[in-house]
Design a protein around this ligand. Structure first.
Ligand code: FES
Length: 164
């Protein structure tokens, strides 16, 4: 990883945006990458704006690498004010935005964020996540914190648990 990218990721990690659960979310989705073991859960709240249903706020919780957390932080800001379809049209390189191009070994980190968006915004297209895509289902789903257990640390005043 080049030092410019590392610096940008460190900056995003120092002040991650939209980190944490959203109890009143309209939709929730979870994805995992079986290769690296990373998991990402996303919550979305919609609002009506000029006759359109747009994303009012999105938050995330991650047991992932710093790149996935940095991309999720940027992406949850980027999708604010967009419709679900507009957000779903964003490609991984657009989601990673200001981080710039990711090296090949880190592209799947942005794809994990794209997968979480898909799971949250279009659960009907994501068969494996149907069970956790509604607020009612979200109430019954253990949080990532519950699921993953110990090893927590604090970043930007929010708890993150890393699995490695
Ligand atoms: Fe797998 Fe980043 S290393 S999500």
């Amino acid at each position: 990883m080049n030092s410019d990218l590392e610096t940008k990721i460190k900056a995003a990690m120092a002040n991650p945006q939209n980190l944490g659960e959203m109890p009143d979310a309209d939709a929730i989705g979870t994805v995992g990458n079986s290769d690296c073991g990373e998991m990402l859960r996303m919550w979305v709240k919609y609002k009506e704006e000029n006759g359109r249903k747009v994303i009012d706020k999105a938050t995330f919780q991650s047991f992932g690498c710093e790149t996935a957390i940095a991309v999720a932080s940027l992406a949850t800001e980027l999708i604010r004010g967009k419709t679900a379809d507009e957000a779903l049209a964003l490609k991984p390189e657009q989601l990673s935005g200001e981080l710039g191009p990711l090296p090949p070994m880190k592209i799947h980190c942005a794809e994990l964020v794209q997968g979480a968006l898909r799971s949250t915004l279009a659960p009907e297209r994501c068969e494996e996540n149907k069970a956790t895509s509604t607020p009612a289902a979200a109430q019954q789903v253990p949080s990532l914190m519950d699921k993953m257990g110990s090893g927590e640390r604090s970043v930007g005043g929010k708890k993150i648990t890393f699995i490695n």
